[in-house]
Design a protein around this ligand. Structure first.
Ligand code: C2O
Ligand code: CU
Length: 504
């Protein structure tokens, strides 16, 4: 569907107010609902599922070390409006379609509140999944200032629930951030970028079967990761934003199911990067472009002071992007400067603990592999194991481990996400894939390359390209319990590319 670009203004999601607040805690209630929302001037209202009936959901603004309680409530219909495949694990006919569970992505959350995929619940908690524990979740917010996001994490239908609109921002603030004098208030803008396709009547289109010959496939059938043909930011199709000629801070999230974004300014001006998934870098980095896979975030300053009177498009220069998706949004530097820009662009941003290889108690080798399922569809697995296989990653509380992720799936990089922890990327090193497939032995074919400049900070999701060993290091804590790690391409995550792990 062809929709005219840059005709709608960028919306900013509302900030959520707590139902109760004390000096160091707050209590919120959020209800998941079906609703309709206008996504573009020329589209009728589109049916969606969203938190408090909005897409994106309302934004949380919390302080570091503030205890936040959230009662996530489900008021969704019993039937899904997107195609449910009842042959995949956890999504069988006997399981209700209107189920949901919420994960705070990047949060250092106790296991009982982490949104375990099998801890789902339906409307009014009438039915609950096998590992459901509690109605009110606790978020201790012990991490540094950063932008997290919350989204659905239900076993077998995460891809559909998120595509339907179940996602929102969650900001943690701290004193260090406040002391940096960065652009704030209306000069700090969150961007939740997704791709979606539409039917001619304006309803969301999600494929109900793969492109392959469908003889013998279940109907509907899960599909491989796909690029939809339209970009939305904060719930509007290719919006514009009118700005003053000054510095702005953008908090950017790729919330697409699977799309790879490579962002660049049409003007070729730099981004001044302040942070990664899990907070500030040590020092500001000047970059001209960056890649965000599903769930990755970046924190950047863009300086429009030299561009008054111009329009600049934020471009997606990913090689595989279709022509409709090379434009993201438009900046119009059209608003006269209200007052002198006194915000800073600091160089030093703050220290964080860098883990050294020598601190690791253990190194794990984990291979990403692809097999075929009984219908001939690809089945992507973490270390060759299925979701229900015995737990293989058992980690002692607060120990440091190195994970070496060996990707032999000849396809796009997989965004590998580990719950609970922040990690550092140590390096990526190419190896001889066919030799590895024959012998299980790694022969490196080149030197290790350090992470990209925009990946130098703490991360919770990492791109693991084909033919490389991607090495990360993390301290597993500060909570014990059962968590998950998975590919964040939601079509993979829903279909076995997710594994539980235990911290004890
Ligand atoms: Cu953003 Cu386990 O997910
Ligand atoms: Cu994947």
């Amino acid at each position: 569907m062809k929709l005219q670009k840059f005709v709608d203004e960028l919306p900013i999601p509302n900030t959520l107010s707590p139902k109760k607040r004390s000096s160091n805690s707050s209590y919120y209630e959020v209800t998941m609902k079906e609703f309709s929302q206008k996504l573009h001037r020329d589209l009728g209202p589109t049916r969606l599922w969203g938190y408090d009936g909005t897409f994106p959901g309302p934004t949380f603004e919390v302080m570091k070390n503030e205890t936040v309680f959230v009662k996530w409530m489900n008021d969704l219909p019993n039937k899904h409006f997107l195609p449910v495949d009842t042959t995949i694990h956890g999504s069988e006919i006997s399981v209700p379609e209107g189920r949901s569970v919420v994960h705070l992505h990047g949060g250092r959350t106790p296991a009982h509140s982490d949104g375990y995929p099998e801890a789902w619940f339906t409307r009014n908690f009438e039915q609950t999944g096998p590992l459901f524990e509690r109605e009110v979740y606790t978020y201790p917010n012990i991490e540094r200032a950063t932008m997290l996001w919350y989204h659905d994490h239900t076993v077998g239908i995460t891809r559909l629930n998120v595509y339907a609109g179940l996602a929102g921002f969650y900001f943690i603030r701290d004193q260090n951030e406040q002391s940096l004098n960065l652009p704030k208030g209306k000069y700090e803008i969150p961007l939740l970028i997704v791709d979606r396709s539409f039917n001619p009547d304006g309803s969301l289109y999600y494929p109900s079967k793969p492109d392959q010959n469908d003889a013998g496939l279940p109907h509907p059938s899960l599909v491989p990761p796909f690029d939809a043909d339209t970009i939305l930011i904060n719930g509007k199709v290719y919006p514009f934003l009118e700005v003053e000629p000054r510095k702005y801070r953008f908090r950017i999230l790729n919330a697409s199911n699977s799309r790879i974004l490579t962002l660049r300014m049409e003007s070729n001006q730099p981004f001044y990067q302040l942070g990664t998934d899990s907070g500030f870098l040590e020092t500001t980095v000047r970059i001209n472009e960056f890649v965000l896979l599903s769930a990755e975030r970046i924190d950047v300053i863009i300086d429009f002071s030299q561009y008054y009177g111009q329009t600049i498009i934020l471009k997606n220069v990913t090689k595989s992007a279709s022509p409709e998706t090379i434009d993201i949004m438009q900046f119009r530097i059209s608003v006269p400067l209200k007052s002198i820009d006194t915000s800073s662009l600091p160089f030093y941003l703050g220290a964080f603990e860098r883990l050294q290889k020598s601190m690791a108690k253990r190194t794990r080798y984990l291979t990403l592999v692809r097999v075929r399922d009984q219908y001939g569809r690809s089945l992507n697995l973490l270390d060759g194991k299925m979701w229900m296989d015995r737990i293989s990653e058992r980690i002692e509380l607060n120990t440091v481990e190195i994970w070496r992720i060996i990707n032999i799936i000849d396809d796009d990089p997989h965004p590998i996400h580990i719950h609970l922890v922040d990690f550092q990327i140590l390096d990526r090193q190419p190896f001889d894939v066919s030799h590895f497939q024959k012998t299980g032995k790694l022969i490196f074919t080149g030197p290790p390359t350090p992470p990209n400049p925009y990946e130098m900070g703490l991360k919770d999701t990492v791109a693991t390209p084909f033919g490389y060993v991607t090495t990360i290091i993390a301290r597993f804590g500060p909570f014990t319990g059962r968590y998950v790690w998975h590919c964040h391409m939601l079509e993979h995550e829903d279909y076995e590319m997710m594994r539980p792990f235990d911290i004890f």
